[in-house]
Design a protein around this ligand. Structure first.
Ligand code: SAH
Length: 245
């Protein structure tokens, strides 16, 4: 049998318990996947516990019973946990970053604003939207966890967070022109926690890059072309991932 479709639910669930799924997930189950009473889905709760769940009722809300615990294999847990600090870009580009970097395995998103940010300050509805997207992208890419998305912070506060990571990768187009394949093998930790930092459309200032270096960040050059901010985040994650595994 093919792998059942995976859905995320809130809270800590118990084997044998019943869960009611609403909204877009319920619509997907009923209208897109056309699942019915007796069909099986996979349910992942807030603690990332996974269950095989049988559909009891498939209507506007879908009611399922949690039948079996699914063991999580250690290989599900990435050796390197990588968070993405993204300078909030204009319009829908942040949505692209959240979606694609969730697929690429990001554990958390730290949106931030810096000197050359041009995007308007994101309100809480925007942040909620990014969180929903992270959830959908996690389910779609078969992840058993959902990356967190924090409310946007200022660059100075982001600098304070650097100390929490074993490595901080700071993408700066003015960095010394050394290829990633030369630099990354020595600095991508095999295990632990890393942060990838990408600037806004207008780029980072020299002062910002200097402050980041002072806090221990590795300033990285991503190649001879200037990538759009949303492209840069994806590239950085994909390339770091290749050296981490
Ligand atoms: N405004 C700048 C480019 C900004 S690109 C200019 O036109 O010169 C947006 C962000 O993507 C940058 O802040 C950086 O973090 C990342 N980026 C894009 N291209 C890059 C490259 N070649 N090397 C390193 N970082 C890059």
């Amino acid at each position: 049998m093919s792998q059942p479709h995976r859905f995320f639910v809130e809270g800590e669930q118990q084997l044998g318990g019943t869960v009611s799924i609403g909204g877009a997930d319920a619509r997907k189950i009923v209208r897109v996947l056309r699942l019915r009473r007796g069909d099986t889905i996979e349910v992942v709760d807030s603690t990332t516990a996974r269950f095989t769940a049988a559909i009891e009722e498939a209507a506007e809300r879908v009611r399922v019973t949690l039948r079996e615990r699914v063991a999580t294999s250690p290989s599900d847990a990435p050796a390197l946990r990588i968070d993405v600090a993204q300078a909030v870009p204009k319009s829908a580009r942040m949505e692209f970053v959240v979606e694609k970097c969730t697929e690429l395995g990001a554990s958390a998103f730290l949106p931030f604003y810096c000197e050359r940010s041009v995007a308007r300050r994101a309100g809480s509805e925007k942040v909620e939207r990014w969180r929903r997207l992270a959830r959908t992208a996690a389910a779609q890419s078969g992840r058993s966890d959902v990356p967190s998305v924090s409310a946007p912070i200022a660059f100075d506060e982001l600098l304070e967070r650097f100390a929490q990571y074993r490595a901080v990768f700071f993408a700066w187009e003015m960095a010394p022109r050394v290829a990633l394949r030369e630099r990354l093998p020595a600095i991508v930790p095999r295990a632990g926690k890393a942060l990838a930092v990408v600037g806004p459309e207008g780029g980072f200032t020299h002062d910002e890059a200097a402050a980041a270096t002072e806090r221990g960040a590795e300033v990285l050059w991503l190649g001879p072309r200037i990538l759009r901010t949303d492209t840069a985040a994806m590239v950085l994650l994909a390339v770091i991932g290749a050296f981490a595994s």
